[in-house]
Ligand binder design. Structure first.
Ligand code: GDG
Length: 500
């Protein structure tokens, strides 16, 4: 719902994320409109937004766009502008070339540039100010992801009356890696401005708590971190000396624990059950020449996803004659991603060279080993691909959760299909009946692929039914409800200022 006058602080519930959940569409006549992007987060939060007088704050996706807040399908949208320079430094630089590789265990080397950090601080402040201006008295603000880690503290300084949540969609690394970051203290102080900090895995929350203890010496009890009240006011732009928590000093309790994200499972299943999608899945099989086995990979073209490791295993199986192109096809969707970041350009070249070699070495006139698709596809086509695939390969070297694994399971209403899943994806904690692999162990991955290809229908059904039980039950609505319940619980424990 729209606020009176537009600028009043009227929203009880605000989501803040780097990117808005809507895309600007300009038609042939130059008229602009907005289309809601079909992400799980939007699906999960739409009912909460409608029920609670909600707003979403984020960037609209193009440079230097100044757009007035507007109503979109009962959700108030508050755009935050970014300049070309900020896109280069805050977004492509600090977010995607410093934090992203660092938090994924330095699979690619992170770059540390002071100008990128300065831009990150400035943009985080802009988001915090937008939230401070929009939130109602005593309202709730939920900040999303690694691009906005300083917002919780900045927002708390501006609006101590608010309840603030933060969810980290990517892993949080072990201290030995995290400690590389020149601004390691400021980032943690930024996050500790929240009342609840959510992570994907138990291990991520543990890594965070250990970093807090190592850098600040604060006491932690299970998920609870005791943040001394005076420390909560240290500026995020200075590297202040450690403040050890003294018994008896007043502190705020911050909860850091895991809330594994999920998908709109019922929605995904319903999509896969549509007659046109089922027909398309059949057509995909036919177009591929009805091979005995279709294997599928679906990833943003990102070095965290282990695409190269997967191709290596597949190529070796073909070379050793354990698989043949007449029987097996690998469909690899690699959707374009972060193409202005050099590491990603290099990755694309490497992957495409490997695909070319494997296809050249093993292909025949009638059979191509790998169908490589460097495109984004509509959700409908993704669902059809999941239905058509006998074996789904999720071989990430490090991944916060990996929603593709859950989408594959949700799509398989027929209780068939085998999921090969990396233990380094967060989904591995929940999807216990998948065939687990360590993608660095190429021999192990090859055995798992062969096991998947040769698995009996009975075993496939048994495993898939168990996987589906989990994914259908723990959907994204349950995820957001459990996070927001925890936030509510913390708020109800007010006054948050406690004597230890
Ligand atoms: C981050 C974390 C965490 C991909 N290509 C196309 C397409 N997709 C969709 C998939 C899936 C989503 O994008 C990708 O989600 P993932 O979870 O697999 O990976 P990230 O993008 O790295 O997401 C991750 C997630 O945040 C949520 O917290 O799970 O660990 O890295 O939904 O289906 N969708 C369409 N066309 C494509 O070509 N329509």
């Amino acid at each position: 719902s729209a606020p009176d006058g537009g600028s009043a602080s009227t929203f009880d519930f605000i989501v803040v994320s780097n990117r808005l959940p809507v895309d600007r569409v300009v038609d042939a006549d130059g008229a602009e409109s907005w289309r809601t992007s079909p992400g799980g987060l939007v699906t999960a939060l739409e009912p909460v937004m409608r029920g609670a007088d909600g707003a979403w704050i984020g960037w609209a996706g193009s440079a230097d766009l100044e757009i007035e807040p507007f109503d979109n399908d009962d959700m108030w949208i508050i755009p935050v502008p970014l300049s070309e320079d900020e896109i280069a430094r805050y977004y492509e630089g600090f977010s995607n070339d410093t934090i992203w590789p660092l938090y994924h265990d330095v699979i690619a080397p992170p770059s540390y540039h002071r100008e990128w950090w300065d831009s990150y601080v400035a943009v985080n402040r802009r988001f915090a100010e937008a939230a401070a201006a929009a939130a109602s008295d005593g309202g709730t603000v939920w900040v999303q992801d690694y691009q906005l880690q300083l917002v919780p503290k900045m927002l708390r300084e501006l609006r101590p009356d608010l309840t603030i949540g933060f969810f980290n969609h990517i892993p949080f690394p072990a201290y030995g890696i995290y400690s590389q970051l020149p601004w390691r203290r400021q980032i943690i102080e930024g996050l500790l401005g929240a009342d609840v900090i959510g992570f994907q895995r138990v291990a991520d929350a543990g890594n965070f708590s250990r970093a807090v203890r190592r850098l600040f010496g604060y006491e932690t009890k299970g998920a609870a971190i005791q943040v001394p009240l005076d420390a909560a006011l240290v500026s995020v732009t200075t590297d202040a000396a450690p403040v050890a928590s003294k018994r008896g000093a007043p502190y705020r309790t911050v909860i850091a624990r895991h809330f594994p994200i999920s998908i709109d499972s019922k929605g995904y299943q319903a999509l896969a059950q549509r007659p046109d999608i089922i027909a398309r899945a059949k057509q995909i099989r036919e177009e591929l020449g009805n091979p005995e086995t279709i294997m599928l990979g679906v990833d943003r073209l990102d070095y965290t996803k282990g695409i190269g490791h997967r191709l290596k295993a597949f190529g070796e199986l073909l070379a050793q004659g354990k698989l043949a192109v007449e029987d097996v096809t690998l469909v690899q969707v690699a959707s374009p991603s972060r193409e202005r970041v050099e590491t990603y350009r290099q990755l694309r070249d490497d992957i495409e060279q490997t695909v070319g070699r494997i296809n050249g070495d093993f292909g025949t006139i009638g059979h191509t080993a790998i169908q490589y698709l460097h495109h984004g596809y509509p959700r409908e086509e993704m669902a059809a691909l999941y239905l058509a695939a006998d074996v789904m390969l999720v071989t990430a070297l490090r991944d916060g959760m990996n929603l593709v694994a859950k989408e594959y399971v949700a799509a398989r209403y027929d209780n068939d299909g085998v999921l090969v899943l990396s233990e380094f994806a967060g989904a591995s904690d929940e999807l216990k009946q998948a065939l687990k692999i360590n993608p660095h162990d190429i021999e192990g991955m090859k055995s798992a692929i062969l096991q998947a290809v040769h698995m009996t229908k009975a075993e496939r059904g048994r495993r898939m039914r168990a996987l589906r039980k989990r994914v259908m039950e723990y959907d994204v609505a349950r995820w957001s409800a459990s996070f927001l319940d925890e936030l509510q619980r913390v708020r109800d424990q007010s006054p948050t200022i406690e004597q230890g």
